[in-house]
Ligand binder design. Structure first.
Ligand SMILES: C=C(O[C@@H]1C=C(C(=O)O)C=C[C@H]1O)C(=O)O
Length: 468
């Protein structure tokens, strides 16, 4: 509920803004601080908006977004220009937007959430509701930042809309936020997990890749497997999301819904963050499991830090990220040695990257330069992409591609959408990949993909029986 003073102040600003609405109509973005609300409850509160919802929590837990209802959507056609064309579309939209805010709080107002498919071209049948790229402007955005909660409304206004009508809409939305109930778990009966590839097929895929590497055609290629989990009922997105939030640490937790499909995951991998011209990226490649005891855990970490095969996989990523972002930056800083990033069940080699972007360089330029890094594609990039496209028997869709958000000033953050699943009705398709280099062993790589399925499978209530 707004106080009388807040209402008067909004009405005054609305009257002023509405007097300038152009004759085709315009978007108006308005942000109000609201009382504390659990984001998952808000996400679950509007079943009627299923298919037009997103959720995002940054890996440090400092920023959460819930978007409900898509006020506007942006796509670009299949081409190498997909980053620039989305950038251009958002730039044009910005000119059309009236922002009503007492002070500009980063992470509120006109935030665009979206992502890209792994490959530029579209040849998807499983991913029928996900285009090659898509950004949405939410009608309602809940932002939780530094312990504060904000509701932003992005409303389409016609020239003849009155301030009273608009303020009634705002009151209705605020009442809805105040009336949100805790969400309740639904029935979720796990039926079975089907591997889309037999072990023998996986083995021959890896042997083929290792042969190409030994023939000097490639240095590294990342290959993925897919498993399908089937349920008795429609998979409840809220519940899987809630499980990921409870079970996964230091991960970006995301959901994007489109019509009848939801893409969901908990990824530890930042692709790029840009904040007032400062860039952060990360090299994440090289994997082992967590130990059962503190000592075993530490031993595994130390082994990983000196394992030649994992260090080689990691080094390709460091070199490529360095080469691709240094032309975009005035300053770049990358430590010489990787460190360990520990997740709930997995640990990785990790090297942080930070830099200052040159004057006119945007987050979209950085995305174009970075995707896919050799942590998800391979080295050399084009040869690895060709190998994946020809030999990997799955549709990557949005798996292993950038997902995230930007604001109207093109500050934002993108993660790499791994440890993820595509939910369609009663089924979930899960993806997990691993870097193949010259001395990769198919069984060890198979086990590594099983480990990487475990966060998503755990949230879905299943597991992979390693003794099968
Ligand atoms: C490809 C995945 O993970 C990537 C591959 C890694 C590796 O090969 O060690 C580690 C982290 C990720 O960059 C995945 O989880 O599906």
């Amino acid at each position: 509920m707004l106080t009388t003073i807040e209402r008067l102040s909004i009405n005054e600003k609305l009257n002023e803004a509405l007097s300038h609405i152009d004759e085709q109509g315009q978007f108006l973005s308005l942000t109000i601080e609201v009382s504390s609300i659990n984001p998952i409850d808000y996400f679950a509160s509007r079943d009627d908006l299923k298919g037009e919802r997103f959720y995002w929590t940054s890996a440090d837990g400092e920023l959460t977004f819930v978007g409900l209802g898509y006020a506007n959507q942006f796509y670009s056609t299949d081409s190498d220009e997909r980053y620039q064309s989305i950038e251009q579309a958002l730039q044009d939209q910005k000119q059309q937007m009236i922002q009503l805010q007492n002070e500009q709080i980063a992470g509120t107002g006109a935030i665009y959430f979206g992502g890209f498919s792994f490959f530029n071209e579209r040849h998807h049948s499983e991913w029928h509701d996900f285009p090659v790229n898509q950004f949405v402007l939410p009608k309602r955005l809940l932002t939780v930042k530094s312990g504060k909660h904000y509701l932003s409304l992005n409303l389409w206004i016609e020239p003849n809309d009155s301030a009273e009508n608009v303020s009634t809409m705002i009151e209705t939305e605020l009442d809805q936020v105040n009336g949100v109930q805790p969400f309740t778990n639904k029935e979720m009966s796990f039926a079975q997990v089907n591997d889309e590839l037999t072990y023998e097929e996986w083995q021959s895929l890896i042997v083929n890749a290792v042969n190409e590497i030994n023939d000097g055609k490639l240095d590294k290629v990342v290959l993925a497997r897919e498993v399908e989990a089937l349920f008795e009922e429609q998979v409840p997105v809220e519940q899987v999301l809630n499980a990921l939030l409870e079970q996964q640490e230091r991960s970006y937790i995301f959901v994007m819904e489109n019509n009848n499909q939801a893409f969901i995951g908990a990824t530890p991998e930042r692709l790029v963050e840009v904040n007032s011209g400062e860039l952060q990226s990360a090299c994440l490649a090289g994997t082992t499991s967590r130990g059962q005891t503190v000592d075993e855990d530490e031993w595994k970490a130390l082994e990983l830090l000196k394992d030649d095969k994992n260090l080689e996989e990691h080094q390709y990523v460091v070199k490529m990220i360095q080469n691709s972002v240094s032309p975009l930056c005035d300053r770049l800083s990358i430590p010489n040695q990787p460190m360990i990033r520990k997740l709930s069940k997995i640990q990785h080699l990790f090297t942080p990257v930070s830099g200052t972007l040159k004057e006119s360089v945007t987050i979209f330029d950085a995305l174009k330069a970075l995707h896919p890094t050799p942590a998800l594609g391979g080295e050399p990039r084009q040869e690895a992409m060709d190998f994946i496209q020809q030999h990997e028997p799955l549709e990557r869709g949005w798996y292993a591609a950038p997902i995230g958000w930007v604001d109207a000033n093109f500050n934002g953050e993108f993660a790499v959408a791994i440890r993820s699943a595509l939910l369609t009705g009663h089924k979930a398709r899960l993806f997990a990949g691993c870097g193949i280099v010259s001395d990769s062993d198919p069984k060890a790589e198979y086990d590594e993909t099983n480990l990487k399925f475990s966060p998503m499978l755990g949230a879905l209530g299943g597991y992979i029986d390693d003794n099968e």
